[in-house]
Design a protein around this ligand. Sequence first.
Ligand SMILES: [Zn+2]
Length: 168
Amino acid sequence: MPTPIGHALGGIAAGVLVAGRTTQPVSVGERSWSLLWVWALCGMLPDVDFLIGGHRGMTHTLGAMLAVGFGAALIARRRPAVWYAAAASYGTHLLLDWLGVDTVVPHGIMALWPFGDTFYVSAYGVFPAVCRQYWLVDCWVDLMQAVAWELLLLGPVAAAAVLFMRRR
Ligand SMILES: [Zn+2]
């Protein structure tokens, strides 16, 4: 599974692809959020379940992706491109996790919930498993290699998306 960096890059690429060249920030209360930050956060958001001790549960599902799109509709009421882009950015997390190696049982993600509770994982292993034994030097070496691979694979796509967005 990718690191948060890979998920942020995937979220940015999908958000720009769906929302296009719009750069108007999203306002939540009195605070404005750059769309690139919103797309990156949506890409990383499913792993929030780490904070409650789980992983790859309900936050890694189609249902959660639709809920994020609905939440975006409540926040940015008259901007449907933001709704779809937020859901798409969130959805890249599911795709990238599906493409990654998963060493934790149950393997994969319950991608289609609430329409089914089967766990899915691809056979491609595009992204290596992320080491969580942070006290080991080898773990940090593995993490750096994983980030380098993600930057190589997803960095150009996200950079192209940002250039496209900013080009006038
Ligand atoms: Zn995840």
